[in-house]
Design a protein. Structure first.
Lengths: 297, 281
């Protein structure tokens, strides 16, 4: 079931630049969806529209069936978010910051807040002013505020930006813990391919405001029919593969068509006088997919 | 309603946790002390002349109340406008600039409600600052002249001159400080309105101060004689009429009705501007 639906979003900034061009996708319950794209691809604009902070020219976002554009208050009841860099009030303590933010959701439960603060490992510093916090602590506080009060969906806009490797790993484990133990649905906006590959089930790739891919993250794909072909006769191999309905990219990665078994394709190659020096299952990386899409367009 | 007060508490907590908020209070006390020292050293020349010129006893009317209202008259327009513009100019623009607004509006709270909370906070601050100023002036007056005596009230810009005994004088002083507090919310409203635009907080502050200053200059200059009804400082000065022997309530209420209407208009326009903005860095 789709918990968050992005429908035909189009947004043009006052400067005339097209930020989004008819973008649509959905985030299913319990999944982690990665939103990928270069800087300025439109990832944060989608986040902004989802939170009702940016108005789309066309289209809408629905959360749990409620339109953000028509009923923002009710739709946002189910969301927790880190949108762009989380900037806290430095002159307030972490606890006071949480109190101010939670009051805007009309909610305050000290026991639950303490539980979440403990979960993000901030219980020692929570009474200190946030001016004294490191970047990692601020990000953990940002996650804590997003988790209060118990959202169904978490929107994370480049949450590991600026974190050190330990911080990134800690944050990643926290997110995966949230999905595993709390069944949280998460939309993660990032330009870090590795981060998306390790955390997400599916991804949407944006390029210049357009959706160029929506599907499973390659490393998560269960039954692939992709092989690495080793041969010196690239031209001849391509001819044979074309005849069989298979495709091969410039790196020799072959996708076997559904109507054939992989060994039949190898037989066809050998019969077509292609010298096959290697034929091994290949797991595509997200980077290959992303770079392929970038170079194609 | 409880929710509204909880949210307002959050705004007040933010306002009163900042050092800048207290600079206004501190600056007022410092200025009050300077004026008090000047009064101690040089006396109250023009005030003394006015009292004696009216055939009254200077010793009787040179009281804590007279000192307090003199101090207030000097300092409120010097510093009041500045600090109110500073706080109200910051309240939306600074939060937008720093990125706090994105954190706040990721919550299921409407922009209208958020702005209303902020507007009430800066208007409340304006009122509180004036009360603080009125009563610290009074306390300083007490240290100089002690309890008792008369009250010589003078507001030259609206030609109000009056003499009171201690009891009625204290009542008038208290009442006028409340109305002065209401008048000063207008400065907050102007700064708040400008703060709703996508501009630097300092620009909102300077814009509000400039508007009030230009308005004041135009009111005091002769060539705007026939257009005074267009100038906001004319209505702001209505608080002084409380000190007149015969209070012209219809005139005062008319003035405050205009202030109230302008405040609501500025809030509504500010909201409209803010509502139409896309909040993205």
């Amino acid at each position: 079931m789709a918990l968050l639906e992005v429908r035909h979003l189009t947004k043009r900034w006052p400067t005339g630049r097209l930020a989004l061009d008819d973008v649509g996708f959905e985030v299913r319950e319990g999944e982690i969806l990665g939103l990928l794209g270069h800087n300025g691809a439109g990832k944060s604009t989608i986040m902004g529209i989802t939170l009702g902070m940016v108005r789309p020219d066309v289209g809408e976002v629905r959360i749990g069936g409620r339109s953000v554009q028509n009923n923002r208050g009710a739709a946002l009841q189910q969301i927790g978010a880190i949108y762009e860099a989380a900037v806290f009030y430095d002159y307030l303590s972490g606890w006071q910051n949480l109190r101010v933010l939670c009051s805007l959701s009309g909610w305050w439960d000290e026991t639950e807040v303490k539980r979440v603060v403990q979960m993000v490992n901030l219980n020692r510093a929570i009474r200190q002013k946030t001016a004294t916090y490191s970047h990692g602590m601020r990000q953990r506080l940002a996650l804590a505020q997003a988790l209060l009060p118990q959202p169904k969906i978490l929107l994370l806009d480049e949450p590991t930006d600026g974190l050190d490797p330990e911080g990134i790993r800690e944050f990643r484990e926290l997110i995966l813990h949230l999905r595993k133990h709390h069944g949280m649905t998460i939309m993660l906006n990032s330009h870090l391919l590795g981060e998306v590959e390790q955390m997400c089930d599916r991804c949407v790739i944006l390029k210049d405001g357009k959706k160029v891919f929506e599907g499973q993250v390659p490393s998560q794909e269960k039954s692939r029919r992709i092989f690495q072909l080793g041969t010196n006769d690239i031209g001849l191999a391509r001819e044979v593969l074309d005849r069989c309905g298979a495709t091969m990219d410039k790196f020799g990665i072959v996708e076997v068509p559904l109507q054939m078994e992989p060994h039949e394709l190898v037989t066809a190659l050998v019969n077509g006088r292609v010298q096959v020096s290697a034929w091994q299952p290949h797991r595509r990386t997200l980077e290959e997919l992303y770079m392929g899409l970038s170079s194609r367009s | 309603m409880t929710l509204f007060f909880q949210q307002w508490y959050g705004e007040l907590l933010k306002l009163f946790s900042r050092r800048r908020t207290y600079i206004g209070f501190g600056a007022f006390v410092a200025l009050e002390l300077i004026i008090l020292l000047l009064i101690k050293k040089f006396g109250m020349g023009p005030i003394q002349k006015a009292i004696v010129g009216s055939g009254q006893s200077f010793e009787y009317y040179f009281s804590a109340l007279t000192v307090a209202s003199t101090i207030m008259g000097f300092a409120i327009f010097l510093l009041g406008a500045l600090f109110l513009s500073l706080v109200a100019g910051d309240i939306v623009a600074k939060e937008g600039e720093d990125g706090h607004m994105r954190l706040l509006l990721a919550r299921p709270v409407s922009r209208f409600r958020l702005l209303l909370l902020k507007y009430l906070t800066c208007s409340g601050y304006a009122f509180l600052l004036v009360q603080f100023f009125a009563w610290t002036s009074f306390l300083l007056g007490l240290t100089l002249r002690g309890w008792g005596g008369g009250f010589f009230a003078i507001v030259p810009e609206i030609s109000v001159v009056a003499f009171y005994d201690w009891g009625p004088g204290l009542q008038r002083y208290a009442l006028s400080s409340l109305y002065l507090g209401l008048s000063m919310t207008l400065i907050s409203s102007i700064a708040f309105f400008l703060s709703c635009f996508r501009i630097k907080p300092a620009t909102a502050t300077i814009g509000a101060l400039t508007y009030i200053l230009v308005d004041f200059i135009m009111r005091t200059s002769g060539f705007m004689e026939n257009y005074q009804f267009l100038l906001l400082t004319k209505y702001m000065a209505c608080w002084g009429r409380i000190l007149a022997e015969n209070i012209d309530w219809p005139l005062i209420w008319r003035g405050y009705a205009v202030i109230f209407a302008v405040n609501i208009t500025l809030f509504t326009l500010g909201y409209a501007v803010f509502e139409s903005r896309d909040l993205k860095s």
